[in-house]
Design a protein around this ligand. Structure first.
Ligand code: ATP
Ligand code: MG
Length: 361
């Protein structure tokens, strides 16, 4: 439904979006995920037609958008900063795009009703934005973006101003509405959890470039670059040197130890690699536990209590003093390891990702 082909945008010396290509299937929910300043909003504004690309093309429904202005594209948008009209009621806000598009009065009333109901605000239509909570205001903005049945919905971090609990509720709410209407959606966020929870497809961006484009499970389980591995999940990273490479993956020397890992490419001996290990793949071992491909002795540097889990930050002398993170998901049932105590941790070869070292930025 949406085809973005080799699109770029330059602002002076900044290449905000650098040769980005992606496509969205009809009815899908795609999230563009990346850190602040990586070019997400710029990419979204080009799709909406608010900003001209420096190069490349955008097609919607197979039609090139090069000469189609924003108001001629059938796109609903919810912005990074909330943009409700403060002097209008919730119902008037939702009616606004319908009036602009010259819908009939009866149809406007019916749609305002239907969309306020859809976002669970029936009965609150006569309130002004300042008489609504942050989450309710956000839902008015969603109803307004959807009321004219756009072909495409663009969301620019619409939940970022909400507190954590409300944000997590709204993520599920958004997903429900999107699936109920089947509207093709492109969402932008820097929140990895939001991307994983809501999306059919995730595009990970860094410094204007697309690093990976895949389904949520795939992005998480098979990150294509060190950046993606670091950006999703609690990931420890350390560097190593390739000793040998077989079809099963590389053998890597880190400090005094050699260990097996997996990689998306074949390395040569003596290549420098970046090794990434997810906290949930590291086991804290008790005496007599074995079954891990690699085991090392570590010193606890920090024990962070997070309620449903404890995060251990440990230092591993045998791995050139690498810092690793490990979770204990059942701290009440397990031994408590204090700062400076010594523990043994382990992991399997399939859980150690090796990536080519990226040039410093
Ligand atoms: N109008 C502009 N003029 C100059 N530079 C701009 C302009 N808009 C964006 N930029 C620059 O382009 C880069 C990408 O900005 P963009 O707003 O797309 O980032 P973002 O990924 O949406 O970030 P955030 O998560 O903070 O919203 C940044 O370096 C930014 O400073
Ligand atoms: Mg932005």
């Amino acid at each position: 439904m949406v085809d973005v082909r080799q699109i770029s945008r330059r602002f002076g010396d900044t290449l905000a979006v650098d040769d980005a290509t992606l496509s969205v299937r009809r009815g899908d929910f795609l999230t563009i995920l990346g850190p602040s300043g990586c070019g997400k909003t710029t990419l979204l504004r080009m799709i909406a037609g608010f900003l001209e690309p420096s190069g490349g093309h955008i097609l919607i429904d197979g039609k090139p958008m090069d000469d189609v202005p924003a108001h001629r594209r059938s796109i609903g948008m919810v912005f990074q900063k909330l943009a409700l009209f403060p002097h209008m009621t919730a119902a008037q806000n939702v009616a606004y795009p319908l009036k602009m598009r010259r819908f009939e009065r009866g149809e406007i009333a019916a749609r305002v009703d239907r969309f306020l109901k859809l976002v669970r605000l029936d009965g609150l239509g006569s309130r002004r934005p300042h008489e609504l909570s942050g989450g309710q205001q956000q839902r008015v903005a969603i109803a307004r973006a959807l009321s004219f049945s756009p072909d495409l919905l663009l969301l620019d971090e619409p939940l970022s101003a909400l507190d954590k609990k409300l944000r997590e509720e709204m993520q599920l709410e958004f997903r429900r509405i999107q699936q109920e209407l089947g509207v093709t959606t492109i969402n932008v966020t820097h929140d990895q959890r939001e991307a994983l929870v809501m999306s059919d497809q995730i595009v990970v961006m860094d410094a204007g470039r697309i690093e990976q484009d895949a389904a949520p499970e795939d992005v998480y389980q098979n990150p294509s670059t060190g950046f993606v591995a670091r950006f999703l999940g609690m990931t420890s990273v350390f560097s190593g040197i390739v000793v040998s490479q077989t079809d099963a993956g590389p053998t890597i020397r880190v400090g005094d130890r050699e260990m097996h890992g997996r990689a998306g490419c074949a390395f040569k001996p003596d290549d420098t690699v970046e090794c990434a290990l997810r906290a949930e793949q590291i086991r804290i071992l008790e005496a007599g536990d074995d079954g891990c491909d690699t085991q090392v002795v570590a010193t606890v540097e920090q024990r962070i209590f997070e309620g449903d889990r404890v995060v251990y930050q440990v230092r591993v002398p045998a791995l050139a003093d690498a810092t690793l993170y490990a979770f204990d998901h059942d701290p009440l049932q397990h031994r408590r390891h204090g700062v400076n105590s010594t523990i043994t941790i382990g992991w399997n070869a399939a859980d150690l990702f090796a990536f080519p070292v990226e040039p410093a930025t």
